[in-house]
Design a binder for this molecule. Structure first.
Ligand code: ZN
Ligand code: ZN
Length: 446
């Protein structure tokens, strides 16, 4: 009887009193929060453009999966003002799933409709940012950040998509003659708005290999652009490249090396994102949960996160989680958060000083020039994106030899991601380039 009573007491404490203590502690805003890793996705779609779910449902999915921040980034639109989606469109794009699930989850008091099902003109209101954020946000647990996918094309027919995160006003696609011009024009609009509104806006270039739109050379000369997607969860966006086009990982190394060697400019930082379009499991192409970033910051606020992005204090992941990344000019030391039964292989890659930066055009089987990143492998000597070392284990470390322009790490597990994609079979993480600051400083002094 006694034993039963004490078990019951312990149960009550764990179930009711402990959570109350935790919630009580959360009411206090700390004056000195320690830096911690926050999980987020900056690229996803909803009914505001071509995603197939309501914004609150999308936010709820990410909140349930333990994400801490989320930007809904629809094509050339912000979730502001009045917008209604027809039941017909909602049904068509989600095989009839989206509306009933939305109604069941948030209830008839929240869901707003007009027209009638009988007359075939039923429409459902899409809630704007200010409304859905108030519904789902929780301090120190989950925030929403306003996003837009600036969806543009160059006069030569190439498509270029770029995300602006934490913007205040819509940025219409500016266009341009070349891919480079479109990126530069868009970035300029982002910078102008950031200055005008007095708020940081994160700019990044999306899925470089989608329709083979963006090359390494396009990214080299736009020095103020610091971010791009090394991994985008959509299956048909060609992140791994093919026989005629380099992978996004190879493009990263080429762009970094050319930026540093040619302009004395800092390297690019790489993000992973979902770019979700389908939330109901009807299509394998663009599912949620495939790619995210882990950002180390003290506060879960857009400003604090964006500062950390600019410090390079984040990594991209499709499943491998890291406890710590530590760089002190002598060595890059990584501590993996191990999952039992998994083995981790880390490749430390980068380029050395004196590397060949003269590229030649790639050609197809008939000798025609392919519009893609140039080939830099033809000459002797140190190569771009050299694998400096490859190690297995949970504590991979790389000791600098002295002539590296930069080094970064790609950590691969032997286990499948929780949400597999057809483009790569294993979980990975990418850390940001380090060891470059001394060269940039010395280049600019000369
Ligand atoms: Zn896109
Ligand atoms: Zn997208």
């Amino acid at each position: 009887m006694n034993a039963h009573f004490s078990r019951r007491t312990i149960f009550l404490i764990l179930w009711y009193i402990f959570p109350m203590l935790v919630i009580g502690a959360e009411r206090e805003i700390s004056s000195a929060p320690p830096p911690q890793w926050w999980k987020g996705n900056l690229h996803t779609h909803t009914f505001w453009s071509d995603g197939n779910d309501f914004p609150e449902m999308v936010a709820q999915w990410y909140l349930d999966q333990g994400y801490n921040f989320l930007a809904l980034s629809d094509h050339n639109i912000l979730s502001q003002g009045q917008k209604w989606v027809s039941l017909e469109k909602a049904d068509r794009s989600s095989s009839g799933d989206a509306y009933p699930k939305y109604l069941q989850r948030f209830g008839g008091h929240w869901v707003e409709i007009r027209g009638s099902r009988e007359e075939g003109n039923l429409e459902i209101r899409l809630k704007p940012f200010s409304e859905y954020r108030a519904l789902v946000e929780q301090r120190n647990r989950f925030i929403m950040i306003q996003g837009e996918e600036i969806t543009d094309g160059a006069d030569n027919g190439m498509s270029i998509h770029m995300n602006a995160t934490h913007l205040g006003d819509l940025i219409p696609p500016p266009g341009g003659k070349t891919v480079k011009e479109v990126i530069a024009n868009s970035l300029r609009l982002v910078q102008e708005q950031s200055h005008r509104l007095g708020r940081p806006i994160l700019f990044h270039v999306n899925h470089l290999n989608y329709k083979w739109g963006v090359t390494a050379e396009d990214l080299v000369g736009i020095i103020d652009n610091r971010f791009f997607e090394v991994w985008n969860g959509v299956d048909d966006d060609e992140d791994p490249g093919d026989a005629e086009h380099p992978s996004t990982d190879e493009i990263w190394d080429i762009a970094n090396t050319l930026r540093m060697a040619t302009f004395g400019a800092p390297p690019l930082y790489g993000l992973a994102t979902d770019d979700t379009h389908d939330y109901h499991g009807h299509s394998e192409t663009a599912k949620p949960g495939r790619g995210w970033v882990m950002v180390r910051a003290r506060h879960l606020t857009p400003e604090s996160l964006i500062k950390a992005f600019h410090r390079g204090d984040f990594y991209a992941s499709t499943g491998v989680m890291l406890k710590n990344i530590d760089f002190d000019e002598e060595r890059l030391a990584i501590e993996i958060e191990p999952v039992e039964g998994e083995t981790y292989t880390t490749r430390f890659v980068g380029s050395r000083r004196g590397v060949n930066v003269e590229g030649v055009s790639r050609r197809d089987g008939e000798g025609n020039i392919i519009r893609t990143t140039l080939d830099y492998t033809s000459s002797e000597g140190p190569q771009i994106g050299e694998v400096f070392s490859e190690v297995t284990g949970n504590l991979p470390t790389y000791r600098m030899e002295g002539d590296e322009l930069y080094v970064r790490a790609i950590i691969t597990s032997d286990a499948e991601p929780a949400v597999p994609s057809k483009e790569f079979p294993f979980k990975r993480a990418w850390t940001q380039p380090v060891g470059w600051a001394r060269w940039i400083e010395s280049e600019s002094r000369n």
